[in-house]
Design a protein around this ligand. Structure first.
Ligand code: G7M
Length: 300
């Protein structure tokens, strides 16, 4: 892959995929050498170092309004530390574009039967290269210097490292834990055979968060996504203080504690349960579920 620097220089803007004005997160689509590239720009929070200097580093005031004791204006601020996080996906697939595009979202009820009929064939149709980044981490070929912990046991092992979304701060802690074994696709695959792995992940992630940031277990939210974007088992670790961390919402996040509890209460819980999930209308799964619903309506 070309360097990020080169990619930014060669990027030819095409269109905005989505722009969340609340989180200040922008995704744009463009082209490089005839291939799709997605860039994301996210405004970072001010650092402790920058905060005392903000007033004197504020320039170019416009739209100044004053009313009694209140006043407001727009401005440009020069910060000592970087003020934007830039991410790239290049070459980006059609699935990436659909993921980041602004679109209506729906809550789908996935019964075990619908899983077998629609979701499982979809998972099998995915190009294995989609999770190459996961293997690169497991094999120590990428992000090796960022890895926080590595347990190489083939059954109960995993790697803990900063999630791509983490800004490095304690308040927004966001780690991802990737299982060493490659035969757990998602929540649906989990059985009591995996309890040792799940408990190991919980124990080690909590211990490390305490050691490195003084965060206690009750200050951490460990969860699994359903549906995940990548069908190789992984657990998200975030600080509870990161209240609106991406992907902590109902219909997406399943707390690891609850997952462990469910497996202890009923061995085949995740094979028998109806698992709801939220998905964008352009996602292939949403299209497939809609087609199935339309088929039933036509028969009625
Ligand atoms: O939605 P899902 O449960 O599949 O989440 C996958 C997680 O992996 C997300 O939180 C991503 O931010 C994270 N992630 C995705 N990629 C491609 C990378 C990567 O290359 N490196 C790291 N460290 N995290 C990633």
């Amino acid at each position: 892959m070309s360097s990020i620097d080169t990619i930014l220089q060669e990027f030819r803007f095409e269109r905005v995929l989505s722009h969340d004005t609340r989180t200040k997160l922008l995704f744009v689509l463009g082209q490089i050498n005839g291939e799709n590239c997605i860039l994301s720009f996210e405004k970072s929070q001010y650092t402790d170092e920058d905060i005392p200097q903000l007033a004197c580093q504020t320039h170019g005031l416009t739209d100044i309004t004053q009313n009694d004791i209140y006043g407001w204006a727009s401005a440009r601020i020069t910060t000592v530390n970087p003020d934007t996080r830039v991410k790239i996906i290049y070459p980006a697939t059609d699935l990436h574009i659909r993921k980041y595009e602004q679109q209506a979202r729906f809550l789908i009820q996935e019964t075990p039967e619908l899983f077998k009929m629609i979701t499982w064939p979809y998972i099998q149709s995915l190009d294995p290269s989609r999770i190459q980044w996961v293997y690169n981490i497991l094999e120590g070929k990428s992000e090796a210097e960022r890895v926080i912990y590595r347990d190489t046991d083939p059954k109960t092992g995993f790697v803990i490292l900063p999630d791509m979304k983490w800004d490095g701060s304690k308040e927004s802690l966001y780690w991802v834990v990737i299982a060493a074994r490659d035969d757990i696709y998602s929540l649906r695959s989990l059985t009591p055979d995996h309890l040792d792995l799940l408990k190991n992940i919980r124990q080690r992630a909590c211990q490390l968060a305490e050691e490195k940031f003084g965060l206690k277990q009750k200050q951490l939210r460990l969860f699994v996504h359903y549906q995940p974007s990548y069908y190789h088992f992984h657990v998200h670790v975030t600080a509870v203080s990161f209240a609106d961390a991406p992907g902590v919402v109902a219909g997406q996040a399943h707390l690891l504690d609850t997952v462990i509890d469910n497996l202890q209460l009923m061995a085949d819980y995740y094979q028998r349960a109806t698992l709801p999930f939220v998905v964008g209308e352009r996602h292939p799964l949403c299209i497939a579920y809609q087609a199935q619903e339309d088929g039933i309506e036509r028969q009625e």
